[in-house]
Design a protein around this ligand. Structure first.
Ligand SMILES: [Zn+2]
Length: 368
């Protein structure tokens, strides 16, 4: 559905995805879609994925729970290519389900290495994997007594896969967390997985203009974000910048926006039409087009890694576009890999560098 161009009918797997926008390479048509994370419940066979999933379904959870084994019944599964096709179908189904607002949690033992390589992964906001693990003796017992498995080769391979999950944190590009369900009942295992999913969900955010009443909350937010950055060795902001006066000036100009979830401000950012002289260093690709400049994007530490900065950027780009802007410019701290990745994924291209008190910043631009 969302992969088909409504303008030229191109249904090939050749789309470019920038943030929450699909672009048809044949006709240039662009359309928005809902981007949600893909959730994977993995672990060796016999560990209890299906039992846990069945328990979750009984709870009426607000995400879909599906078993990737369904593809074995309807698709070939002999070659590596076959498995790639299965993963593509799985991600395609997930991205379509996402349009209803529901993410999908798949139970799936293998093929984790293919998740990020699949074409359809571009339609997903993130791929989160949780591996169920348990002690070796318990695993053997679960397989023999719980499932009546007598094939020793199968049991041994499961024991080894279980050990792999316990002693590693990724399979190729796909990283995973683990949840030890030794001694846990299916209900307890389901509780643990549901809590994990809740932590991965992207909260609903309402965007609005900031007011003077928001200043204290914004400064508190900045404090958490600075501490969070410093803990990662990123020394981009400090007591000298940005200050309450900076944000109040943005607010008075009507240029500051906040994203609110519940009653809490989770993100703040400013966009206007002014930039420092150092922006003259950029080889801007669209110098004649009216452009917006984004400043001081900041996510509360408690809301990091939930797609909030991406949503704020999508919102700012949409607002700027409705106000006649045709490009967005910004600068990003060179030593902040997370921020750089965010902008690159949204289609921003580096045009030059600027040097300020804290070091080197990359100048970037996106055509809307
Ligand atoms: Zn098209």
């Amino acid at each position: 559905m969302i992969g088909i161009c409504t303008k030229c009918g191109n249904h090939a797997w050749d789309k470019t995805v920038e943030g929450d926008t699909v672009i048809c390479p044949r006709c240039g048509n662009r359309w928005g879609f809902r981007k949600l994370p893909l959730l994977i419940l993995t672990g060796c066979s016999g560990v209890g994925k299906t039992t846990t999933a069945a328990e979750m379904i009984r709870r009426n959870v607000d995400f879909a729970v599906l078993d990737a084994d369904m593809f074995y019944n309807i698709m070939p599964h002999e070659t590596e290519k076959d498995y790639y096709r299965q993963v593509e179908q799985m991600e395609s189904l997930s991205r379509n389900m996402a349009q209803t607002g529901k993410p999908v949690l798949w139970t799936m033992a293998g093929n984790l290495d293919k998740l990020h390589k699949a074409y359809n992964s571009r339609f997903l906001s993130a791929i989160h994997c949780l591996a169920l693990v348990c002690g070796e003796e318990e695993l053997r017992r679960r397989m023999r007594e719980g499932r009546g498995i007598t094939d020793e080769t199968w049991i041994q391979s499961s024991v080894e896969y279980n050990e792999y999950f316990q002693s590693h944190s990724r399979i190729e590009e796909t990283s995973f967390e683990t949840c030890d369900i030794s001694g846990k009942t299916p209900a307890e295992a389901a509780d643990a997985v549901i809590a994990w999913v809740a932590a991965k969900r992207e909260p609903d955010i309402v965007f609005r203009k900031g007011t003077r009443e928001d200043t204290a909350a914004i400064m508190a937010l900045v404090k958490t974000a600075v501490a969070h950055m410093e803990a990662q060795g990123i020394f981009q902001w400090d007591d000298l910048y940005p200050t309450a006066e900076d944000f109040e000036a943005d607010i008075d100009e009507g240029a500051l926006y906040v994203g609110v979830t519940g009653n809490q401000i989770a993100v703040a950012a400013t966009w206007n039409r002014s930039c420092d002289d150092e922006y003259g260093n950029g080889a801007w690709r669209f110098p004649q087009k009216p452009f917006a400049v984004v400043h001081r994007l900041c996510v509360h530490a408690a809301f990091q890694n939930k797609g909030i900065a991406r949503k704020m950027m999508a919102y700012i780009e949409a607002v700027a576009k409705t106000q006649g802007m045709e490009a967005v410019r910004l600068d990003v701290y060179r030593e902040n890999p997370h921020a750089r990745r965010l902008y690159e994924k949204r289609g921003y291209v580096q045009t030059g560098e600027a040097h300020w008190r804290k070091g080197t910043f990359l100048l970037m631009e996106k055509y809307l």
